[in-house]
Design a protein. Structure first.
Lengths: 138, 542, 151
């Protein structure tokens, strides 16, 4: 298997996101559609059912720098959320507390990250954590 | 039954489709009719509509259908007839891909004398013309040279190499750039490449169902060439893809049965009656050979008492909320103009329908011309997208409540189905041991069918309830009707729990009555739901 | 990394030994399927005197699958979007394994010489092109000067 370069890989992800080929429970797109380098992305995660996150929509910011996809993207919650892997002052997802970033593989995508964060929200130990008021931001 | 292919012209003006028609003679229909009486089905079918109605001669589409009710024609209404309940009649056949293929081949035999070409050549031409014989014949009479060149059957330049697999000692293939190749392939054009590259190339193209050409020019590979390169019958894949393309192209007439692993195709011959349904808040239901009942308009399973609009809105919500409705075709969209299903396969949002050539934006489904955004980004969609408003969330909560009820009945239907299979198995054993005739055990499958259909009606009554004005009196009546059907369905379901086969046979009458009761209640609920829709009490919103 | 198919080696060699006038394509050292490309704007087009940077990638299935190509230099053109993606038939449905990297790049250059705002695609630039052709051409020229001038 040949290595797909960063930009063509990001274009693939962009197309998947734009055409709605991914799951309905998360979405993502370029933060600035003029950004030829495709570094900054926005994402949303629909809170999983049967949890304190049910019916909430969380916004996140993703940053795919030059090292992506060999290196994981940086990800930061814009909406306030109470999760062990999220820094409570900045909203950043801390890579050593989030398995997907910690053991990053080149085959992972931004979608993987968003879906795994959703799983994290539904995790038995996390799903009943008290949550900040809806709509508040970091 | 006599089966023959027949080219008929559809009633639509823009219709160029090849209608593969089944011609059956009237005694066949009588046979079917008698059979259904024997089975004790549809006792409530109006007796006045006996075989005399078949004498009208206007059997533009004959039936292999199963639901006798849908078979009754009232004489004197031409193509668009109605049954007792004012439901427009739909004339349709159920075909399998094999049958369609056979009919295509039988057409080939008939038109071969016109062209005086081999079947292989005619197949290529028909593929090029999307199986529209009429357009092909028209162009053929006008300028046959032009048709042959356009289809890649003849080359303008006078190069004429021998066609087929060639043997060499040391050939350099310009596709893979490997030398020492021994087996190659070429057409008369002389563009010659190694067989390995050709194999790879053809395999990639087979699922597209379109003419495969030489890698360098427009000369066409025939089915015999494909078989020569890839081995016997490889071209059949191409033919199957081509049939799929044919059905897609003629999606007004033909629809695949949406049930998993069902290969049936329904062909409707009196299309003009289709337009009658939405106005009456009814849906054109068809039943395939495997007894799957579905809506010919929206392609979903039977969704009565909801109409197509209710079903469509409900499914849209379901897509937002849940991923376990497997009959929702997630990766396809319908062409906004001609309704053909289009699959996304990468590339930009600028979509061109392969069928009608309509150009549109994948995201907002608007016409491409004058589409404001860049072709990889739709600005219209962005503007409309307002997630997270309080209103959306409230409706989501309400939806979840109704969705639970909806899916509960879906699951129950599956369980009932399995239960039915076990019971049927037991009775079959009994049949063999005691010597009860097949006919005598049919009440069982009839009861299971009534049960499943009752469940389906119940299931789809929840979307109607969801969209209905809860304060209205009729909605309350509707809810009462729901409760009545629930108890009728549960009653019948319980009867199926009877374990002793002999006991089942003894309680045959009970089965009959309970199944009939479910049918009556389903009908009542469906009628009530339609009332809500007709009176604007139930309004599916965006 | 799996060994490079002969076809790609041959094409790369020829791109170096017999370059196409106005076009360069150099493979990255660490990924021989990934090329750094420049195309000179054709004469008598709004892109004249500009040098445009592109990137090209040969997917696993090449040459059965078309190469992937994208502009890296900002360009005002009805068939190229803001991320540099190109809507060109030979890169999509009209790809044939008998085409090559050089033929594809020549097609891209030809697209610069004759923008196609009518068919088969359009976008906001195309609309502009159709309604105010002179202004659109002027803008394309300006962008060329702004973003595509050789340093």
């Amino acid at each position: 298997m040949s290595k797909v370069p960063r930009s063509f890989r990001l274009l693939e992800e962009l197309e998947k996101g734009e055409k709605g080929l991914g799951p309905e429970s998360c979405s993502y797109g370029l933060a600035d559609s003029d950004d030829i380098a495709m570094v900054h992305w926005n994402g949303t995660i629909l809170g999983p059912p049967h949890s304190n996150h049910e019916n909430r929509i969380y916004s996140v910011a993703l940053e795919c720098d030059e090292g992506y996809p060999d290196q994981p993207p940086k990800i930061k919650f814009l909406s306030k959320i109470n999760l062990p892997c999220v820094n409570q002052t900045t909203g950043e997802v801390e890579s050593d507390r989030f398995e997907t970033l910690k053991n990053w593989k080149r085959s992972y995508t931004m979608e993987t990250v968003l879906l795994d964060l959703r799983k994290e929200m539904a995790f038995p130990a996390n799903k009943k954590l008290p949550q900040p008021p809806e709509g508040s931001t970091f | 039954m006599k089966v023959s292919g027949k080219l008929a012209e559809g009633s639509d003006e823009d219709d160029e489709s090849l209608i593969l028609d089944f011609e059956s003679d009237s005694d066949v229909i009588d046979d079917v009719d008698n059979e259904s009486v024997l089975l004790g089905r549809d006792n409530d079918v109006n007796d006045s509509s006996d075989s005399s109605c078949y004498e009208s001669g206007d059997l533009s589409g004959n039936y292999l259908g199963f639901d006798q009710r849908e078979k009754v024609l009232n004489p004197g209404f031409g193509d668009n007839t109605y049954d007792d309940d004012g439901v427009p009649k739909l004339n349709y056949n159920c075909l399998t891909t094999d049958q369609i293929y056979e009919l295509m081949v039988s057409r080939l035999e008939r038109i071969q004398p016109i062209f005086q070409l081999s079947y292989g050549d005619i197949i290529v031409m028909l593929q090029k013309y999307a199986w529209s014989e009429e357009r092909l014949l028209e162009d053929w009479t006008e300028d046959r040279e032009k048709v042959l060149v356009a289809c890649g059957l003849e080359i303008t330049k006078t190069v004429s190499k021998s066609r087929g697999i060639q043997n060499h000692s040391d050939f350099l293939c310009h596709i893979c750039c490997e030398s020492n190749k021994q087996k190659t392939f070429r057409l008369e054009c002389g563009h010659e490449y190694c067989v390995e590259c050709y194999e790879h190339y053809i395999k990639d193209k087979l699922p597209e169902g379109k003419i495969i050409t030489c890698m360098s020019c427009s000369l066409a590979l025939k089915n015999s060439d494909i078989d020569e390169i890839l081995g016997d019958n490889s071209s059949q894949t191409l033919m199957i893809s081509s049939i799929k393309g044919f059905i897609q192209k003629h999606s007004k007439h033909y629809k695949w049965c949406p049930f998993v692993d069902c290969n049936c195709v329904i062909q409707v011959s009196n299309l003009s009656s289709l337009s009658e349904f939405p106005r009456l808040h009814l849906s054109p239901y068809v039943v395939c050979e495997n007894q799957h009942r579905f809506c010919f308009k929206c392609g979903l399973e039977s969704h009565s008492p909801g109409d197509c609009q209710v079903a469509e809105q409900w499914v849209k919500l379901a897509q937002l909320e849940s991923e376990n409705l497997n009959w929702v075709l997630k990766n396809t969209k319908e062409c906004p103009k001609c309704g053909v299903n289009i699959e996304k396969n990468g590339g930009c949002n600028h979509m061109t329908c392969q069928s009608c050539e309509y150009q549109f934006c994948w995201i907002c489904e608007q016409c491409w011309n004058g589409h404001g955004g860049g072709f990889y980004e739709c600005t219209r969609f962005k503007k409309d997208e307002k997630l997270g408003t309080a209103e959306t969330k409230n409706s989501l909560r309400k939806y979840t409540f109704y969705y639970k009820l909806f899916s509960e009945h879906e699951n129950s239907a599956k369980l009932d189905w399995n239960l039915g299979l076990t019971v049927e198995q037991k009775v079959k054993v009994l049949q063999e041991n005691i010597g009860i005739s097949w006919i005598e055990t049919q009440f069982l499958s009839e009861s299971i069918r009534a049960l499943i259909e009752g469940r389906t009606t119940l299931k789809w009554s929840f979307p109607v309830a969801f969209y209905a004005d809860p304060s209205h009196n009729l909605t309350k009546i509707f809810v009462d009707n729901q409760a009545l059907l629930v108890s009728a369905v549960e009653d019948l379901s319980q009867l199926l729990q009877v374990k002793e086969p002999q006991n089942i046979i003894d309680r045959k009458r009970e089965f009959y009555n309970k199944a009939r009761f479910v049918e009556t209640r389903s009908k009542a609920l469906a009628g009530c739901g339609r009332d809500l829709l007709c009176k604007g009490i139930c309004v599916p919103f965006q | 990394m799996a060994s490079l198919p002969k076809r790609i080696i041959k094409e790369t060699e020829r791109l170096v030994s017999d370059p196409v006038p106005g076009i360069t394509a150099i493979p990255h050292e660490d990924n021989l399927r990934y090329f750094e490309v420049t195309i000179e704007g054709p004469e008598q087009s709004p892109y004249e005197n500009g040098v445009f940077g592109l990137e090209l990638f040969l997917p696993d299935d090449y040459p059965m699958e078309a190469p992937k190509v994208r502009f890296l230099t900002k360009i005002y053109h009805p068939n190229i979007d803001r991320l540099g993606r190109i809507c060109l038939d030979v890169l999509k449905t009209n790809w044939s394994p008998a085409l090559q990297i050089r033929t594809v790049l020549l097609s891209v250059q030809a697209l610069l010489a004759s923008p196609n705002p009518n068919d088969p695609l359009a976008n906001d630039v195309a609309e502009d092109w159709l309604q105010h052709e002179d202004a659109a051409i002027a803008k394309a020229r300006e962008w060329t000067k702004l973003y595509a001038t050789r340093q």
